[in-house]
Design a protein around this ligand. Structure first.
Ligand SMILES: Nc1ncnc2c1ncn2[C@@H]1O[C@H](COP(=O)(O)OP(=O)(O)O)[C@@H](O)[C@H]1O
Ligand SMILES: [Mg+2]
Length: 384
């Protein structure tokens, strides 16, 4: 009987821990088509991934983020920052955390929990009609939007491309727009070449980007990688991605997440929100941040998550996708609101009181104390 196709391969990491090699198991046979498909997608060309030098690596943290939507008066003043006014809806409540260089941190949670809003707070985006308080820090120092933008890249969920351009033309155009003015044209072309190799786009460099489903186009996975490539021209140390796998089949999603993991392993700090990751994807995450009802329900490694929920007598059963388990556990189901809220409150409270939760809040408090002292000395403070 034919075994599961994955049994035919052994995935091996090389010295840098980045490259994925596929080795054919000699006593097993697999169709040429399947082998070709897997090799095309799986031999991730991470040999070319540029390492980020230690002095450019980023410890990214967010401290006590509170975000309110004022329904009666959008764009209300930011006085009384910590007070909830009667007409306001709190969307994020005291959310803190951090992501280290070399780590792929994935923000997960039920729909409407506040994942995108948190990512927006982290990147100072789309916050016009909200009242926000808290700090965003790089290496424990608060930053403003402009400082963050110069060191990071943000890959949006739906990227807009000019359909008539080829992949190569698009990247050259982006290099002219995005790279700093001191780069010569040849240096920009070199960078484009390098980024195409890093993100496995050489194969389709002369293909038109097109419009999915309307005009012959590159594949969904290539489109996502092109969005990443556009942001990579500036070689950022910190990368944010909102739902990078949405609209991709499971195999392509795996390919994109494998790539994000490779980029993290090269010294970058990678933060992504993911909707319903498969168990295969879940295993690739270094850390997960679970958001429920605008609060942190958990932040730590996948192994720590497993122990945390087991200790709460809410373990994930064997052969069940842990991501699905956590998301279901933290969802507010219509007509069962009270019961679900009780579980969510319990989990959030338990995490806040856990060793991991206390460590995060202590780090946030330390940053705040430093800032208060700095403010006294008239040094920068974060402003939304
Ligand atoms: N512009 C907005 N105005 C009012 N409420 C909003 C706005 N954006 C988001 N929200 C609310 O904030 C909550 C979190 O939304 P979001 O961050 O998009 O969730 P997620 O990304 O986890 O699905 C939801 O209850 C949503 O209705
Ligand atoms: Mg979202």
């Amino acid at each position: 009987m034919r075994k599961n196709s994955d049994d035919h391969f052994r995935f091996k990491r090389n010295m840098t821990g980045v490259r994925c090699n596929i080795e054919r198991n000699s006593d097993q046979q697999m169709s040429n088509e399947e082998l070709k498909r897997r090799q095309c997608t799986w031999v991730v060309q991470n040999d070319f991934v540029e390492r980020i030098p230690v002095d450019k690596q980023i410890l990214f943290s967010w401290c006590n983020i509170n975000l309110y939507k004022d329904d009666s008066n959008p764009g209300s003043s930011s006085t009384d920052r910590e007070k909830i006014l009667p007409q306001e809806k709190q969307i994020l409540a005291n959310v803190s955390g951090n992501a280290n260089p070399g780590e792929l941190l994935v923000i997960m949670g039920p729909s409407g929990a506040g994942k995108t809003t948190l990512l927006n707070c982290m990147t100072f985006r789309n916050l016009k009609n909200f009242r926000v308080s808290g700090l965003i820090c790089i290496n424990n120092l608060p930053v403003r939007q402009i400082q963050l933008a110069s060191q990071s890249a943000y890959v949006q969920q739906d990227d807009i491309f000019i359909e008539y351009l080829t992949v190569r033309e698009h990247l050259i155009f982006q290099s002219l727009v995005k790279m700093e003015s001191h780069f010569s044209y040849d240096e920009r072309l070199d960078r484009v070449e390098r980024v195409m190799k890093e993100l496995s786009l050489k194969k389709c460099e002369h293909c038109s980007i097109g419009l999915p489903g309307i005009k012959k186009s590159i594949s969904g996975g290539e489109r996502k990688r092109l969005a990443l490539a556009s942001e990579f021209l500036t070689n950022p140390s910190l990368l944010f991605c909102d739902e990078p796998t949405t609209g991709l089949d499971s195999f392509m999603a795996l390919n994109v997440v494998q790539m994000l993991k490779g980029l993290a392993e090269s010294g970058r700090t990678v933060i992504a929100t993911l909707h319903q990751p498969s168990s295969e994807l879940f295993q690739l995450f270094d850390k997960i941040c679970l958001i429920a009802d605008g609060r942190t329900a958990f932040l730590g490694t996948t192994t720590e998550a497993s122990s945390f929920f087991s200790e709460l007598h809410l373990p994930c059963s064997k052969n069940f996708n842990p991501a699905d388990h956590y998301i279901q556990l933290l969802s507010i189901i219509p007509e069962k609101e009270k019961e679900c809220e009780r579980i969510v409150n319990g989990v959030c409270y338990a995490f806040a009181k856990s060793v991991l939760g206390m460590k995060i809040s202590k780090a946030a408090q330390e940053v705040e104390v430093t800032i208060k002292l700095s403010a006294l000395l008239k040094i920068n403070k974060t402003e939304y």
